[in-house]
Design a protein around this ligand. Structure first.
Ligand SMILES: CC(C)(COP(=O)(O)OP(=O)(O)OC[C@H]1O[C@@H](n2cnc3c(N)ncnc32)[C@H](O)[C@@H]1OP(=O)(O)O)[C@@H](O)C(=O)NCCC(=O)NCCS
Length: 202
């Protein structure tokens, strides 16, 4: 464990525990992803495209680099009392050194736990970690990037509220369930404080 679990307040006097994902969470993570995919909102997958079982799920995440413990990835879970895994946020940094300061963010909350503040709590905790983290060689996360369907107003509002900017649009990127094509937005957030900002060249 690299991060101490933390209690975060939610709406309606509830709270959740934010903690790092462990290997033993694979089955619960897969269930969480299944529930989100079944709800058909904000997603870009079909249920039959998910790994068949927890072992295959864990293996896929290993291969993707999401279980790395050297600061090149971080996966956080939100646990709700009596409910279990209610949401997950991931940050996966690009491997090549020239772009290793870039982290790709993914976020999902169980349909039955949406609207309580879990998504915001996970996102804010991840950004807090990304701002504070330093690699052994002093390297750090300077840019967080994510992709979100243009018809996912709730997620877009959340990302804008923590400082992400809409940087580009992938036209007709997603084929929706009704066969129509939906745009996908590229959103980015610079983590460099102004007085510490590297010189961005164009
Ligand atoms: C998008 C998602 C992560 C948000 O998580 P959540 O826990 O439901 O959201 P929160 O309760 O933390 O609300 C965060 C913000 O979302 C927005 N929001 C929440 N409910 C909303 C609603 N019904 N309508 C519009 N905006 C809403 C608000 O900006 C809210 O801000 P506030 O905290 O100032 O009220 C979650 O709904 C989800 O997982 N959806 C399905 C998968 C998905 O879309 N993932 C993101 C892919 S990029």
């Amino acid at each position: 464990m690299r991060l101490e679990p933390r209690r975060a307040p939610l709406r309606g006097g509830r709270h959740c525990i934010l903690r790092e994902i462990a290997r033993e969470d694979a089955a619960a993570q897969l269930e969480l992803e299944r529930a989100i995919v079944r709800a058909r909102h904000g997603i870009v997958k079909h249920e039959d495209e998910l790994p068949a079982d927890a072992a295959a799920y864990a293996e896929q995440r290993d291969r993707a680099g999401l279980t790395a413990t050297d600061g090149s990835a971080l996966c956080l879970a939100a646990e709700l009392e009596g409910v279990g895994l209610a949401g997950e946020v991931t940050l996966l940094r690009l491997r090549p050194r020239m772009v290793h300061h870039v982290g790709i963010l993914g976020l999902g909350v169980h349909p039955e736990a949406q609207g309580l503040g879990v998504g915001r709590a996970l996102l804010e905790r991840m950004l807090e970690w990304a701002r504070a983290h330093r690699d052994a060689d002093g390297g750090r996360v300077l840019r967080v990037e994510l992709y979100v369907r243009a018809d996912n107003g709730r997620a877009i509002a959340l990302y804008l509220s923590v400082g992400f900017a809409h940087e580009g649009t992938r036209r007709g990127f997603v084929r929706a369930d009704d066969g129509t094509f939906v745009d996908d937005l590229i959103m980015g957030l610079s983590l460099a404080p102004v007085d510490d900002a590297p010189a961005f060249r164009r």
